[in-house]
Design a protein around this ligand. Structure first.
Ligand code: ADP
Ligand code: AMP
Length: 216
């Protein structure tokens, strides 16, 4: 299955991506995770990306598209993939169409997780991430068993640099201006599945499975 997870910052894309990739056995490709890994490793790409990420802005398309194109050509993507946080502009979506076209393949579904703007800031500001395995928690809605410690691997939980109120608000604004046009883009292509992301994490996942029902 070739899938995209669309939705504003804090909608629950990363949380659902973990569940989807386990059930459908497809690799999870998060451009945000790729950038954070590069920042941690101190690469040139990481240094460039950080300038934009810390301000809540999008990393320029030409940097992002090349990374995703390379990743999609890896062997584990042959039978499917889940893109999380990409595409984020219409130009990125058009580039993705071309890349897939050249690979003689195409998308099966775009899952659009919908959450009201008023809820998003609290979700993102309360998010905690494992330094080692990247698992996401929330200080109120999805607590780890032991505060500050990852349930999965025992790693230390931290708050992302860009998960403060000011940067999250900017990221939501950027989403509304630059990313939300993708809803129409994929609706027109008959690929869009709208999912209510305000329900419980497990219910959101059940709804996604139902929406993907006939895709398997
Ligand atoms: P995204 O990848 O879309 O930015 P995440 O999956 O990281 O969002 O979720 C943002 C925060 O909201 C995390 O702290 C996560 O634990 C929490 N969260 C995700 N889905 C839900 C939900 N359905 N209800 C309440 N909290 C949620
Ligand atoms: P995320 O982990 O998806 O919340 O992304 C964190 C940040 O990484 C974003 O605010 C952007 O600065 C950057 N980023 C991630 N994916 C993209 C993308 N497809 N295009 C541009 N910037 C991106």
């Amino acid at each position: 299955m070739r899938l995209i997870l669309l939705g504003p910052p804090g909608a629950g894309k990363g949380t659902q991506a973990v569940k989807i990739t386990q059930k459908y056995d497809v690799p999870h490709i998060s451009t945000g995770d790729i950038f954070r890994k590069n920042i941690k490793e101190g690469t040139q790409l990481g240094k460039k990306a950080k300038e934009y990420m810390d301000k809540g802005l999008l990393v320029p398309d030409e940097l992002v598209v090349a990374i995703v194109e390379d990743r999609l050509k890896e062997a584990d993507c042959k039978d499917g993939f889940l893109l999380d946080g990409f595409p984020r502009t219409v130009n990125q979506a058009e580039c993705l169409d071309k890349v897939l076209d050249n690979m003689n393949t195409s998308l099966d579904r775009v899952i659009n997780i919908k959450v009201d703007k008023g809820i998003l800031v609290g979700r993102a500001v309360g998010r905690r991430i494992c330094r080692d395995c990247g698992a996401a928690y929330h200080v109120e809605f999805n607590k780890s068993k032991v505060e500050g410690v990852c349930d999965v691997c025992g790693g230390e939980l931290y708050q992302r640099n860009d998960d403060n109120e000011e940067t999250v608000s900017k990221r939501i604004e950027v989403y509304l201006n630059e990313t939300s046009p993708l809803i129409d883009y994929y609706f027109t292509k008959n690929l869009l599945a709208d999912i209510d992301g305000e329900k419980h994490i497990d219910t959101v996942f059940e709804d996604i499975v139902l929406a993907l029902g006939s895709e398997n």
